[in-house]
Design a protein around this ligand. Structure first.
Ligand SMILES: *Cc1c(COP(=O)(O)O)cnc(C)c1O
Length: 495
């Protein structure tokens, strides 16, 4: 060490880069080989399995202080995390509402991380690609090219973006400056009683409160009751509230019901309301040739939330908010602090993408979506959506043909609600179906979830999966009946 280094207490310099890239290269090839096998053999593994105690305990190991070889680290990841997945990439995963990812998207995420760019802003290629993917989303839904938009973490955040612009536009005051307490007439938002729970969180986060979102009853097919909506708006106006926004559902999470978006758009126009569409499930049906008619009217929305990590199967996370009035969108979020001013040329001359949402640093979400769209073309994604909807129809047919099974709601799109019904009622029927669901999971056969529709508990199959085949649905039916029989035979109290 020379005298200067010594004087400043300088230590030998370090980096996170490997000392030997060749070693890392060999290991990386192995990671890729394993990843390809992981996906190509996914069908042969259980959908899900419970973790043994030693795997659970692994996640309580303390903060590592000393180094380990990358090979050893990867070995641990492989034994633990990779071996006990949620299962949503499996062909028989139909719980809640997930996408099933894709390898090209995973490569996109890898490359995005290798480049490591921050999409908060700046003049670089990733920022342009981010804008391009937003433009493609507008095109897919039929929104004008002049609309604004942003990629976000998912549908919940996309809904928050849309509802925030709605609030600020309809508040009648400068909410950003004065806050919601300064709003003269309390704002009211409307959505059906099937509206996703993220809207409640949005209302709370927006400072309007849960009660500012009126849940409007639904008709027999679980679509918003338009007459009830009109009545609620009139009642609120008379009571001194300011009706501000109607949320249309393009695919509800319980059953996939799609509100009459055209009528809602007209009603919003007549009543001077913001028209937001929660299209996390169904907005992308707009690209599906056989079913696009179901979401007609979505192109008239003031804002739309959609979820590329659902029906475009982008690896998590990727949501998108679109706002017809790009100026209103920017006005809701743009702030230019002194440390983020743009310059006429150079790195800081690009668009500041953080002006369209709440995040400052933003990851490069566009690449995984872009690469998969380029590779397959948008038409194939449209056909895959049609395929899932047709599979749900097929499953409904199987259910109707089996006397021990009951279709609780006929599917509109890709969500099927049914139950095993050997002649029970109430809690006993619910307990039986819950047990079937749990055994399907624990035996690694299939992952379903459950819900309650029209007051009836049911098992719920949401087929948002490009790997599902009709034979998987045949198997689900056989196994459901087998388990139902097995459980009822073992239980002295049931028939
Ligand atoms: C999934 C979903 C959401 C929430 O989206 P995330 O991507 O999970 O944040 C909102 N609304 C509906 C209808 C959904 O299906």
């Amino acid at each position: 060490m020379d005298a200067v280094q010594e004087a400043f207490g300088m230590m030998a310099e370090e980096t996170l880069d490997p000392s030997d890239w060749a070693d890392v290269q060999v290991l990386s090839h192995r990671v890729i080989d394993d990843a390809v096998a992981y996906l190509s053999e996914v069908r042969d593994r259980p959908v899900w399995r419970e973790m043994p105690a030693d795997v659970r305990e692994f996640f309580a190991t303390p903060l590592p202080r000393s180094p380990a070889s990358l090979a050893a680290v990867y070995g641990e990841v492989s034994r633990t995390v990779m071996s006990y997945p949620m299962g949503n990439i499996h062909p028989r995963f139909w719980a809640w509402y997930m996408g099933s990812s894709n390898f090209t998207g995973a490569l996109g995420d890898f490359l995005a991380a290798v480049q490591g760019s921050n999409l908060g802003g700046g003049n670089h290629a990733a920022g342009l690609m981010d804008g391009q993917v937003v433009n493609w989303c507008k095109q897919m839904l039929g929104l004008p090219a002049s609309a604004g938009g942003t990629l976000v973490s998912g549908g919940s955040m996309a809904n928050i973006i849309g509802l925030t612009v709605a609030r600020n536009t309809k508040a009648g005051i400068d909410v950003r400056e004065h806050g919601v307490a300064a709003i003269e007439k309390p704002l009211r938002f409307y959505g059906s009683d099937q509206t996703h729970s993220c809207h409640r969180k949005a209302m709370e986060a927006l400072g309007l409160g849960n009660r500012a979102l009126r849940r409007i009853p639904t008709d027999a097919s679980l679509r918003i009751d338009i007459a009830a909506l009109r009545a609620a708006i009139a009642e609120d106006r008379a009571a001194g509230f300011k009706p501000a926004c109607v949320i249309g559902n393009a695919g509800t999470v319980n059953t996939g019901a799609i509100d009459d978006l055209r009528t809602l758009a007209k009603l919003a126009h007549e009543e001077d309301l913001w028209f937001h569409v929660d299209g996390c499930i169904g907005a992308l049906i707009a690209i599906a040739p056989r079913n696009a008619y179901r979401v007609a009217g979505i192109e008239w929305a003031d804002s739309v939330a959609l979820d590329p990590h659902k029906w475009l199967h982008a690896p998590f996370e990727a949501g998108c908010a679109l706002v017809r009035d790009a100026v209103a969108h920017r006005k809701t979020f743009a702030v230019t602090p002194e440390y983020l001013e743009s310059t006429p040329r150079g790195l800081a001359s690009g668009e500041w993408l953080h002006d369209y949402g709440l995040q400052t640093t933003r990851g490069f979400r566009a690449l995984k979506v872009w690469m998969a769209l380029k590779e397959h073309g948008v038409d194939k994604f449209g056909r895959l959506i049609d395929q899932n909807i047709a599979q749900a129809g097929y499953l409904a047919g199987l259910i109707e043909a089996e006397p021990l099974l009951q279709l609780v709601v006929p599917p509109t799109i890709n969500i099927v609600c049914f139950r095993y019904q050997p002649g029970l009622a109430g809690e006993a029927l619910k307990a039986l179906n819950t047990e079937i669901m749990l055994r399907l999971q624990e035996q690694g056969i299939a992952a379903l979830s459950d819900t309650t529709v029209h007051g009836e508990h049911c098992l719920r199959v949401a087929i948002n999966n490009h790997r599902t085949r009709r034979e998987d649905l045949d198997l689900l039916m056989r196994e459901t009946v087998r388990l139902g029989r097995e459980i009822t035979a073992a239980s002295p109290t049931s028939s």
